[in-house]
Each structure stands twice: as C-alpha cells, then as structure tokens.
Write a protein that binds this ligand. Structure first.
Ligand code: THU
Length: 141
C-alpha cells in the first residue's frame, strides 16, 4: 500500500470537498454539519456527510458515509482524510469512526489538522487498534 508523504497530499482540495459536503449534511437535531473527504491509494476522492435520525443513536457520521462511498466506488485503501464542520475547520473523528476508518486505511492514514498544524496518523489517534488481522488468530477453533 502506498503511504503518501504529507507534503504531497492535496490538503486544500480535500478540505474544500469536505466543506462542500457539509452543505449536504442532514443534521436537523444537532445542527452540527459535518463533511469528510478522503484520498485513496488509487488517487480517487471519496466524500461523506453526516445523516441524523429522529432516533438519535442511529445517526451516521460523515466518516461512515465516506466509507460507504469508498465501498460503493469499488473499495481500496484510504490514505488521507479531512473532516470539517460547517465553519470549514477540522473536526476530530469520533472514537467509533476511528475504528471504522481503521478497517479501510490502517495506522498510516493521514488526518488533517488544518493549515497550521501537521497531519496526524490514525495510529496516533487510535493506538493498538483491533483489526482484521486479529480475527484469524483469536477465534476459537
Ligand atoms: N459527527 C460526525 O459526523 N463525525 C464525527 O466524527 C463526530 C460527530 C456528527 C454526528 C452528529 O450528526 C453530529 O456530528 C453531532 O454529534
């Protein structure tokens, strides 16, 4: 899998796509609009917006919606990600989304921290993650 140099990531484009995606959020309850945009190893873009529900706990985060877009588009690995709120500023992926992203990216995923701070990796945000490689060795025969 190709791990991009953070300096080669088109962060401006990712931030702009993520911000655009906030315009398609469905967030009538929290009014927190969230958009996510990712770059894949094949150099394609995927996007997502949060989708809330009257049964609050069923809300889909923007990152989950982005992973659906990735799978719908044929799958592949995510290499870089920007998540922003309606103001265009970075928003930290929630714990559940960190795990969902791990499945499709691994530790090396670069996560935008805005213009003035260096990107973090998913390995930094979700250390010692449980993932697909744990299953074959940990299942009871
Ligand atoms: N939200 C996301 O879309 N992604 C996150 O990582 C954190 C939270 C959304 C869910 C809900 O619609 C709103 O933000 C407020 O929690």
């Amino acid at each position: 899998m190709s791990v991009p140099d953070p300096r080669d990531v088109p962060w401006k484009e990712l931030r702009a796509l993520a911000h655009e995606a906030t315009a398609r959020s469905y967030a009538p309850y929290s009014r927190v609009l969230v958009g996510a945009a990712g770059l894949t190893a094949a150099n394609t873009y995927v996007v997502g917006s949060n989708v809330e529900n009257a049964s609050y706990g069923l809300t889909l985060c923007a990152e989950c919606s982005l992973v659906s877009d990735l799978v719908r588009q044929g799958g592949g690995r995510l290499t870089a990600l920007a998540v922003v709120a309606g103001d265009g500023e970075p928003l930290a992926p929630c714990g559940r989304c960190r795990q969902v992203l791990f499945e499709h990216a691994g530790d090396s995923l670069l996560i935008d921290q805005g213009e003035h701070r260096a990107a973090l990796t998913l390995g930094e945000l979700l250390p010692h993650a449980f993932g697909p490689s744990d299953l074959p060795t940990r299942s009871t025969p």
